[in-house]
Ligand binder design. Structure first.
Ligand code: SAM
Length: 247
């Protein structure tokens, strides 16, 4: 049966692609891509000559209509985003919903995702995590979102770009408190990959110490809220400041 294959692709290292993903990308009649030029390079690196079409945030409805027409014509279709797994802080949700509604199978072809890679090396003792993705870009909205997440016992996983990394980390420390641990997973699978775990209260200084640490792509993980102490938020904040001041 004609199907839509949702295929994960590398997020840096071109070898991070599964054998099945390569087979599917080779076999399908068309590869719908978030950025056709970007995907063209990936396919070329693996010696795959595929027919490409654009399917991104701004034409998702139109692309969905075209893809459904192709499925009706008996064609097999793959969908890829620029990096990692489609639908995870990436386009794909509306396309997948439309294709399912039209009655065609939607088949995952799993592989890399920055969230899974970062969690795999974070050493989260309690295991549970809450994936947030990108925080709002405006400071007030970002802080409000963090306030709402402050009591979560699970670790929090964020995506962030180099443009906002400093502001974002400052807000994490202020709203979630200096004592919780931050895992910075930077440039995963790439040449300058870096994974660092440190208290939120030390994060500002760590980023300031070397401008290179502010470059590239980031996953940020903050360990979960400690169990309730019965103290008020204000008392917790003051206690945190006092503890920081103790030599
Ligand atoms: N769909 C992708 C996935 O499955 O991870 C995420 C796409 S989202 C538009 C891009 C964000 O993912 C980046 O801003 C960064 O937060 C994270 N990311 C992607 N590649 C990364 C990498 N190699 N290292 C660290 N973070 C990465």
């Amino acid at each position: 049966t004609p199907s839509l294959y949702v295929v994960a692709t590398p997020m840096g290292n071109l070898q991070d692609i599964t054998l099945r993903a390569l087979a599917v990308l080779t076999a399908v009649d068309v590869v719908a891509a978030e950025d056709t030029r970007h995907t063209q390079q990936l396919l070329a690196a693996h010696g795959i000559a595929a027919h490409l079409m654009a399917a991104h945030e701004h034409n998702e409805q139109k692309a969905a209509t075209q893809i459904i027409a192709r499925l009706e014509a008996g064609e097999q279709v793959a969908f890829v985003s620029d990096a990692g797994t489609p639908g995870i802080s990436d386009p794909g949700a509306r396309l997948v919903a439309r294709v399912r509604e039209a009655g065609w199978p939607v088949v995952p072809v799993p592989g890399p995702s920055a969230v899974a890679a970062a969690v795999s090396v974070a050493g989260l003792e309690h295991g549970g995590f809450h994936f947030i993705g990108f925080l709002p870009s405006k400071r007030a909205a970002r802080r409000a979102r963090l306030e709402a997440l402050r009591g979560q016992a699970d670790a929090l996983v964020f995506y962030e770009s180099p443009h906002r990394i400093i502001e974002c980390v400052a807000d994490l420390a202020e709203v979630l408190g200096p004592a919780r641990e931050l895992v910075v997973a930077r440039e995963l699978t790439k040449r300058f990959e870096q994974i660092e775990r440190l208290p939120l209260g030390e994060a500002d200084a760590w980023f300031a110490a070397d401008a290179n640490r502010q470059r590239g792509e980031f996953v940020l993980i903050v360990t979960g809220a400690p169990p309730e102490t019965g103290l008020s938020a204000e008392a917790e904040r003051v206690l945190g400041l006092l503890l920081e001041a103790v030599p």
